[in-house]
Every structure is written in structure tokens, then in C-alpha cells.
Design a binder for this molecule. Structure first.
Ligand SMILES: Nc1ncnc2c1ncn2[C@@H]1O[C@H](COP(=O)(O)OP(=O)(O)OP(=O)(O)O)[C@@H](O)[C@H]1O
Length: 254
């Protein structure tokens, strides 16, 4: 099922979704990468974004989290401007390997600490360390809190990155190819974890290159083509044909 119908304007939405994107556009030079993207993700929903290389998936997430500045459009979290309220995990994980697992998770709280606190652990208040420990317990790694992060496997490090995102207390978690570098068992574990976060009311948007994982773990799958939504539907409705068309039609966009 293809949907080309635009989503309603923000003013007409009775209860704001966790994440609302309207008319999001991004150009790099004369290249249009996002072309009026509309997307909602509800609290407690996991939405997977599929699309060929270059279709604009990562750019869309970066615009939400503030790593790119949109050329046009509106992004809101719970009906308000974004302001650091979306957390992001990446394929490349982006932890500090020499620091302890707990230090890395505490870093998620840095955005809300005063200038007197710093990356140094002794300056991190006890309540933040306790919260970071709870986030680590949530991802099943409390027993590794004092290990050097670089000693953990890729799948474990991705779970630490998710714990750091939880420590940010963001209602929206964006995951850009979170399992692309992982073996199948670790990928399954990370997707199961992301899925479980929706039970806590977190809205999750994940860019994936694995349609099977998307089908098994998502509430909704969105296909992106040339920076616009090509289709959106439940995993049951997103057929192999539809996915095949998504990748075939966009071939060469990257
Ligand atoms: N900072 C940038 N400057 C110029 N072009 C960029 C920049 N970032 C992204 N692009 C271009 O925008 C297009 C979309 O990139 P994006 O990373 O969003 O695609 P994607 O759908 O996530 O692809 P992939 O699946 O390969 O990660 C690509 O052609 C890319 O080269």
C-alpha cells in the first residue's frame, strides 16, 4: 500500500505525537536530499525507515537531532521544538573506548548538568551515577559498569550506547543503522532491546537495511525514496514486492 497523502498540519493534530515532522526539506548545494518529508512517531511506537542508499534516511534523523540544519520544515518533540530531546545511536557507536562503561553512560546526562560538572567522573553527582547504573541494568550490562568500554563486544557497546541515550531521558530515540555492524544474534538482541523501550513509552525511529528485522520488530515500516515517504504500513502490509520496488526504483540515488 503506497501513501502519497500528506499528514495533517500540526495545528490539526489533537494530541501531539512524540515526534512530528512536517515538510522537512534539506538540500546540499543543488542536490535535494529531503523533499517535504512528513512523519509522525507516537509514544511507545517503533518505526523502521527503509530505503536505498542515498534516499535521505540518515539526513532525516540528523535534522531531528540537530546534527544537520533543515532547509525547510518543522520538527517537534511532544509538540514543542526539539532542544536536545531526541537521543541518537549510530552504526559506528561513538563511545569513548578508554573510559569505563559507566562513564560513557553518564555522558548521556552531560546536557543537563551545570557548567561545574564535567566529563570527569568525580564531578558527576551520585544521583546521575545511580541513574546511569539503572540505565545499564535496563540494557543488561550492570555487571560491566567498571570495565573499559573498548573491551566489550560490538553488540554490548551498542547496548551501552542505548543506555547512554536512556540517560539523556529523551522521549524519542533515533537509531541510525544500529545493527549493521553486528552479527545476527547481537543484531537480534539490540532490536529486541529497542523494541522493549517502547513499553516504557519511548518513541523509536530506526534506520535499517534489514527488512526482516524491520518486519519482526516494528509497529510500522516507512519506505523512503528520493527524500519523500513512498509507503507506510504495518509489517504485515509491507510485502517483499513493495520492498523490492523501493530499492529497485531508487537504485543509483547514492
Ligand atoms: N554533509 C553533506 N554534504 C553533502 N552531501 C551530503 C551530506 N550528507 C549527506 N549528503 C548526501 O545526501 C544524500 C543522502 O544521504 P543520507 O546519508 O541521508 O542517505 P541514506 O539514505 O542514509 O543512505 P545510506 O543508506 O547509504 O546510509 C547522499 O547522496 C549523500 O551523499
Amino acid at each position: 500500500m503506497r501513501t502519497t497523502e500528506p499528514l495533517p498540519p500540526i495545528a490539526a493534530i489533537p494530541v501531539a505525537p512524540a515526534l512530528t515532522i512536517r515538510g522537512l526539506s534539506k538540500t546540499f548545494g543543488d542536490r535535494v536530499v529531503l523533499d517535504g518529508l512528513d512523519l509522525d512517531v507516537a509514544a511507545g511506537e517503533l518505526v523502521s525507515l527503509l530505503g536505498a542508499n542515498g534516499s535521505g534516511k540518515s539526513t532525516a534523523l540528523k535534522c531531528v537531532v540537530g546534527l544537520e540544519t533543515p532547509s525547510a520544515g518543522v520538527v517537534q518533540i511532544e509538540g514543542a521544538p526539539v532542544e536536545r530531546r531526541a537521543a541518537m545511536v549510530f552504526q559506528g557507536i561513538h563511545l569513548v573506548p578508554r573510559r569505563s562503561v559507566l562513564d560513557n553512560v553518564c555522558a548521556g546526562a552531560l546536557g543537563r548538568l551545570t557548567w561545574r560538572h564535567s566529563w570527569s567522573t568525580w564531578a558527576v553527582p551520585n544521583d546521575v551515577r545511580e541513574e546511569a547504573m539503572a540505565c545499564l541494568a535496563r540494557v543488561g550490562l550492570a555487571d560491566r559498569a567498571h570495565d573499559r568500554t573498548g573491551r566489550l563486544s560490538g553488540g554490548q557497546q551498542q547496548r551501552v550506547a542505548i543506555a547512554r541515550a536512556l540517560c539523556q531521558r529523551a522521549p524519542v530515540l533515533l537509531a541510525d543503522e544500529p545493527v549493521s555492524a553486528l552479527d545476527p544474534a547481537a543484531a537480534e538482541q539490540v532490536m529486541t532491546l529497542l523494541r522493549s523501550l517502547t513499553n516504557d513509552g519511548i518513541a523509536v525511529a530506526a534506520v535499517l537495511h534489514q527488512p526482516d528485522l524491520a518486519r519482526r520488530h516494528s509497529d510500522r515500516i516507512v519506505g523512503l525514496m528520493h527524500g519523500r515517504i513512498d509507503f507506510t504500513g504495518s509489517p504485515r502490509d509491507v510485502t517483499d514486492d513493495l520492498i523490492g520496488q523501493l530499492y529497485a526504483a531508487d537504485r543509483g540515488a547514492a
